[in-house]
Design a protein around this ligand. Sequence first.
Ligand code: SF4
Length: 409
Amino acid sequence: MPAPTERKDFAATARLKEVMGKYFMELMRGREEGKKTAWCTSVGPAELLRAMGFNVYFPENHGAMLGATRMATDLIPLANARGFSPDICSYLTSDIGSYLKGESPFQKMKMPGPPRADVLVYNTNQCRDVKDWFQFYAREWNVPCLGIHTPRAIGELNDSIIEDVARQTEALVEPLQDVAGAKLDPARLRETVDLSRRCTMLWKAVLDTAAGVPAPITFFDGTIQMGPAVVLRGHPDAVGYYEVLLAELQGRVAAKAAAVEGERFRIYWEGMPVWGKLRDLATQFAALRACVVASTYCNSWVFEALDPADPFRGMARAYSNLFICRSEDYKEKYLMNMISKFKVDGVLYHDSKTCPNNSNNRYQMPQRLQQRTGKPYLVVNGDLNDLRLYSEEQARTGIEAFVEQLSQA
Ligand code: SF4
């Protein structure tokens, strides 16, 4: 059998393009239609903003687009020249570089560019960079910047943390009402949280199909398919899309249709994607008949604790339960469970230079997990967006040697 080199597309992808296209068009038309725009961090209180009638825009999604189109590397120095260190989040620096230069992948889609914010809302559950990022634009446009400060390295997610985060989320309502010019309708919030929870459960079911052998979907597919789970949670379009995708994947599972033809090895991806190299990496793994079956990254948009009957506490629990803001012990247990659930042969850690928050190889995690599971690991040095920090040759050689090592295990 010749080595497979091309990613197998999904029939549902045509629908994905429609859903995402409609979302972007609505964002762009917001101002002329009299709708207010709220910027939100990727794991921020999107349900609240959507329920209040805002168009919700996620700049991290724009950051990923800048990475995937490889525009980021040229734009980052513009932000560096304005005082943002090359060592901080390269989503932040590429997005601000894009703003300063007036160039964005949206223009290639015949759209003007990111919509200007009427309000910016962050949650520091993922990192502090998002707050500094949003405060830059708040100063530029003289608009409010509001936020939730979530504790980091959470061990036990106890009631006092949930109460604190829920109260902080509720405290956003009044200033948001001032910007929106309308009151929050509690029924609409419950309905939005319900849609978000349905989206999240479908997205989880999509990712869980990869526990099947052979896996019907790869991590690289997941980074594309996750779009609606990130930007449209709380919207019926996301629910509709994942129903279609899940049905297709269940068909693949029933037919034992592999995402990587002749799957020999199953790998877990820990850390950020290398956005500008997704295709190259997918092709290399496919050629080696190794399937990257699961990742912490794609699973970060699974919010099982959302609760329409108790929206604020449910959001607080869901957004504080994220892998990224949990303790090292919690992370270790989580990864052990994923290794077992997805029948993983080895773990790849992406040490993403500008995102220490999503690089879990730096405090001995790979060694501890190898000791406990017996699964080998590989560390790839790189970055989410700044390709100057990624050595293609080194990554290729490392991956080849790693797969060779798996074949001898
Ligand atoms: S978690 Fe990492 S990639 Fe995401 S915004 Fe924060 S620093 Fe950037």
